[in-house]
Design a protein around this ligand. Structure first.
Ligand code: DGJ
Length: 719
């Protein structure tokens, strides 16, 4: 995994097991030479820069391009100096190569557990005129085809500098023959896969929501060759570890160079950098695969599961839970919750989660956010008593919070009306009857920490669902000067990370699950603090096929919360079999979100079997390698599978949405990731097959009758 420096040519070669990334310092600029399949190290890489490209800076492929001296493409950064000018010229000054990977001040990032796992290079650049010093960080992991990048801007000049734009990375590909893959959607339709050709001009994806990466566009894109498939061809992924407003852009210029960049959204952003201060950009995780989109995803899965998520729960089997939200909404009392817990125990469940409505005077969504003490009408014996009762039933107890929000109708708001994000004199626009607490303020964060900590210290809580249901509007903070109001979005996110760091460190035994109106903040930033996130408020099994398949482009299934809910489904009114609902939900962190007491005895038997099965397979589901077999975006069938690291076990999930008449069975289902020479026993079919048969000839799928059907197959090697 070395990083080589060739002094004579001023070339840096960042090399991993299967990947090379090469930079040359040319006329003082760090110039991008190559990113792709691994090249043996040698010293004649200079030919990789065409002389015509180095004729003018407007054609030069660059690593961190600037604005103002002839490059008219979109820059990686821009600052405004004391004299009002916005022109800088960063010139290479030196480098440092070291073992390991530094953490990013105040920001989540991937990490190493041992310095030998990764090597880092920092390139140092200086604008002599202003004293702006920029450090570009590149880390390469020993075992993965990954480069992580970030930048640090340091004001070594004499006056203030206003940062107008500071992206995490920019990279110029030498041709435009790519398609862009990204994940788009909406609330209850998160992370659907989009793929389109790029062409001269620009295409961008972004969030302007301030406190969320958003349901609408995930902070990720990949560039793939037009012929790239799930299993073949080049794929270049960019995933930003950030939970606020981001922007990614791909621009094909007149010379057909393709500039790709990603970072904090420059829209409504600026940052005042006083003399001596520095600004750290978030990290972007860039994955290369020569073996298609599936391999790119598995690289992200391993890295995010093992070196982004943290804490004791990261590698633990996640509890099977029952959540009362779709069971009762706001309408519950102690007896109702205990009856659900009791049935949960009977069915083998492990954790009961009490969702929204347990605090203040909360009986609907019009009040009480911020008043984190129990609702005495619903819980007259208190929260602690309820939690203990649930524990006595044999289940762990979990609790819902929305700690970033405040209801105008709350004790907290009446006491501290200035604690929300607002602009004095302007309307405070409500959404879901709520406002957003100003997390850029230390006093606000301290208050929330204390309120939550008081509960965590007195109530036996094993799990917290951290929800967030409103984006930033009328962005302003009473705590910051006029000149720094455009910092509030980013300061909010830094404040959120600061609080999450403190709270998860203080209460390491609690399993945190992120949520934002479902999957509105399903991003790598949150995963650094919470190893799982509620993937979507859409719990319909058919809708979930696309949501979970799309999410898996970047995120491991160990991060996806996934529950069985009642039929007709509350979001789309569809009636699907309990089996299908169970099978789909088992491809994630499994749970139920319905009134368990309403199950018939037959349904209870099905559920018991599902729970039993999940307990057997969950380690494999949560830590195996995921292979996507059939895409719900391309047809009536969906299939994926999980393979154990020793390839001796696998779980195959298959589903067919609509039944079809008078059709011969389609092609068999070709599996992936197995060892050709092993014999596998296939549960559910009662037959043994050699791995090569399953890989190349395929697994025969029995004809399924009726709509919305699914099957699961457990494979075990006999040898
Ligand atoms: C939005 C979440 O996504 C739901 O799961 C639920 O917790 C509600 N909020 C509660 O208000």
């Amino acid at each position: 995994m070395p990083i080589y420096y060739h002094k004579q040519d001023n070339i840096f070669h960042i090399q991993s097991k299967g990947m090379s990334y090469i930079i040359k310092v040319l006329d003082g600029f760090p110039v991008h030479l190559y990113w792709g399949k691994r090249l043996e190290d040698q010293s004649n890489f200079s030919y990789l820069i065409d002389p015509m490209r180095s004729e003018t800076i407007d054609r030069l492929p660059q690593e961190y391009p600037q604005y103002g001296s002839g490059d008219f493409r979109h820059p990686a950064y821009q600052v405004q100096l004391k004299d009002g000018s916005r022109i800088t010229e960063l010139i290479y000054k030196g480098y440092r190569i070291f073992q390991g990977k530094p953490s990013l001040e105040g920001l989540p990032s991937t990490y190493v557990e041992d310095k030998q796992e990764a090597q880092t290079i920092q390139l140092e650049l200086l604008d002599e005129y202003s004293g702006l010093f920029v450090v570009l960080y590149y880390t390469v992991y020993e075992d993965e085809n990954v480069v992580t990048r970030s930048a640090r801007l340091i004001n070594n000049g004499n006056g203030d500098v206003q940062i107008l734009r500071a992206l995490s990375a920019s990279l110029d590909f030498h041709d435009p023959d790519y398609e862009m893959i990204y994940l788009s959607g909406a609330s209850r339709r998160e992370r659907h896969i989009q793929r389109k050709a790029i062409a001269p001009g620009s295409v961008s994806i972004e969030s302007r929501r301030g406190n969320a990466s958003s349901h609408h566009l995930n902070p990720f894109f990949a560039m793939v060759r037009p012929h790239t498939t799930e299993d073949y061809g080049d794929a270049f992924g960019f995933s930003l570890i950030y939970s606020g407003s981001f922007r990614a852009e791909i621009e094909v210029d007149p010379f057909f160079t393709t500039r790709a960049s990603i970072g904090i959204n420059p829209f409504d952003f600026s940052w005042l950098l006083h003399k001596g201060e520095s600004f750290q950009t978030p990290e972007v995780v860039m994955v290369y695969s020569s073996e298609g989109i599936g391999d790119m995803s598995r690289t992200y899965h391993r890295l995010y599961r093992n070196r982004l998520c943290r804490g004791v729960h990261k590698d633990n089997e996640r509890p099977i839970l029952v959540n009362n939200w779709e069971a009762t909404y706001f309408d519950f009392d102690e007896d109702k919750i205990l009856s659900i817990a009791k049935t949960g125990k009977e069915l083998g469940l492990e954790l009961l989660v009490l969702d929204d409505g347990w605090f203040g005077e909360r009986n609907d969504d019009t009040s009480s956010l911020g008043d984190w003490f129990e609702n005495k009408v619903k819980l007259p014996n208190g929260l602690k008593h309820l939690a203990k009762q649930v524990n006595e039933q044999g289940l762990q107890f979990g609790l819902w919070f929305e700690p970033e929000m405040i209801s105008p109708n709350s004790e907290l708001y009446r006491k501290h009306p200035d604690w929300c994000i607002h602009v004095p004199g302007r309307r405070r626009t409500e959404f879901r009857n709520q406002l957003v607490l100003d997390y850029s303020r230390q006093d606000v964060r301290d208050y929330i920490f204390t309120s939550l900590a008081n509960i965590f210290k007195t109530v036996p809580i094993s799990y917290v669902k951290w929800d967030m249901n409103r984006n930033l509007m009328e962005v302003g903070s009473a705590d910051h000067p006029v000149t720094q109001q455009q910092e509030i979005g980013h300061r909010y996110i830094l404040g959120l990370y600061d609080l999450l760091e403190k709270i998860t460190n203080t209460f390491p035994h609690i399993l945190f699950e992120g949520c934002a109106g479902g999957g509105g903040r399903f991003d790598p930033g949150m995963l650094h603090y919470m190893p799982q996130i509620w993937a979507s408020d859409n719990t319909d099994a058919v809708e979930r096929l696309k949501i979970q398949y799309g999410t898996s482009i970047v995120y491991p299934v160990s991060t996806m919360g996934s529950h069985v809910s009642a039929v007709p489904n509350h979001q789309v009114n569809r009636i699907t079999p309990l089996k299908t609902r169970g099978d789909v939900a088992m491809s994630g962190n499994f749970g139920y979100e319905l009134d368990l007491t309403l199950f018939t005895p037959e349904e209870k038997e099905i559920v018991k079997n599902q729970v039993e099965l999940y307990k057997e397979i969950r380690l494999l589901v949560q830590s195996g390698e995921m292979y996507r077999l059939k895409s719900p975006f391309e047809g009536n069938e969906t299939a994926w599978m999980f393979v154990s690291n020793d390839q001796k076990e696998a779980i195959v999930f298959y589903s067919k949405v609509l039944a079809e008449a008078n059709l011969l069975p389609k092609d068999r289902l070709k599996l992936k990731g197995l060892k050709p020479s092993l014999i596998y026993q296939v549960d559910g079919i009662n037959n043994d097959y050699l791995g090569d048969q399953l890989l190349y000839a395929g697994l025969p799928i029995p004809q399924l009758k009726g709509d919305f059907q699914s099957m699961m197959f457990c494979l075990k090697s006999l040898s």
